[in-house]
Design a protein around this ligand. Structure first.
Ligand code: GRF
Length: 219
């Protein structure tokens, strides 16, 4: 595996792939010290796969065989990621849950982005739930993946104010715009060696990162 060159990323998607595309474009522009070695989708028809091909990226569709046969998917994905020399796995709208053994074997080597200010609102339909709960602020979280769903150490969060009368669609679009800023940023930290995984936790700039960095948007 390359340690001197660009950090090799393997991006897992299930859908549109807008985070994947943003990360790939920033890699290509030389802004992150990273390169996309492979894009994998569990959905062969995912729009993001087409986008990735359009960007000239190596892609691989591994159809989801059902939760009961998750290990088959994981074996195939692991083989493809290893063959591509992937050093960091980036989950970007990947709508499947990876098994504890898969994740544990790659501790500190899998990132995810989740559309809420974790630990608030893990799981699905976050924007709707945020509106229903009358929250005043919302955002997205980049975190390391552990066997606990949406529960791994949080690294960077974007925070926005929820506007009066805001729709789920508007909130989703505003959060997603911030995702396209914070996800590449964390990958850049990792590629520069500022972000490390030591003693089973994240370190940023030489100190344990106990609480996530928070960036405010459109105050
Ligand atoms: C993002 O909102 C991300 O937070 C969530 O899934 C969505 C993926 O969007 N995990 P895209 O496929 O990157 O456009």
């Amino acid at each position: 595996m390359s340690t001197r060159g660009a950090l090799r990323l393997g991006i897992l998607i299930s859908g549109r792939g807008s985070n994947m595309a943003t990360i790939a474009q920033q890699c290509r522009a030389g802004r992150l010290g990273a390169e996309v070695a492979l894009v994998i989708s569990d959905q062969p028809a995912a729009a993001g796969l087409e986008t990735a091909r359009g960007l000239g990226l190596a892609t691989r569709a591994i159809p989801w065989p059902g939760a009961a046969r998750r290990s088959e998917f994981e074996r195939e994905a692991a083989a493809a990621l290893d063959a591509a020399g992937v050093e960091l796995i980036v989950l970007a709208g990947f709508m499947r849950i990876l098994s504890g053994p898969f994740v544990t074997a790659r501790a500190g080597r899998i990132l995810n982005i989740h559309p809420s200010l974790l630990p608030k609102f893990p799981g699905l339909h976050t924007h709707r739930r945020v509106l229903e709960a009358g929250e005043r602020s919302h955002g997205a979280t980049v975190h390391y993946v552990t066997p606990e769903l949406d529960g791994g150490p949080r690294l960077l969060q974007s925070r926005i104010a929820v506007r009066a009368g805001e729709s789920e669609e508007s909130l989703s679009a505003r959060v997603q715009a911030t995702e396209h800023i914070i996800y590449p940023k964390v990958i850049g930290w990792r590629a520069e060696g500022r972000l490390q995984w030591r003693e089973e936790r994240p370190w940023l700039d030489g100190a344990p990162l106990l609480t996530p960095v928070v960036e405010e948007f459109d105050a």
